[in-house]
Unconditional design. Sequence first.
Length: 150
Amino acid sequence: MNESTSDRHPFGHAITLEEVKERFSRCHRWEDRLRQIILLAKALPELPEALKTPENALTRCENRVWLGHVRLEDGSLHFYAASDGRIVKGLLAIVLTAVEGKTPQQLAGQDPLAPFDALGLRAELSASRAGGLAAIAGRINAIVDSYLAG
């Protein structure tokens, strides 16, 4: 993946965490939040098949999930992700709003899943989706740690 593909998704740039929080602040029922998650999923472009590799595949997820990254020239990280499931794809989009375009130093010690608490979503997710989110956070933390260690 080259730097020119870093514009492939809007999360963390055109769609910020603050915007996502604003969208969810108007949602008072789970059905409304679920609709927002699905709308976010639609904004996440399809991942090219060439990036759906075993190295990018995550385990412990209910649906097939891929999460990868590239370090850009300015030291920031561009994450790319996909899932076969609409809801999981929307959850990935929320994670991307929190981590996209940041440096490993900016992400160090931060919980990639903190937006789910801020949005009131973590408590409403099934155990299998929560396990999948833990796998996503684990992969992001491992990526960050690999840059900090060396």
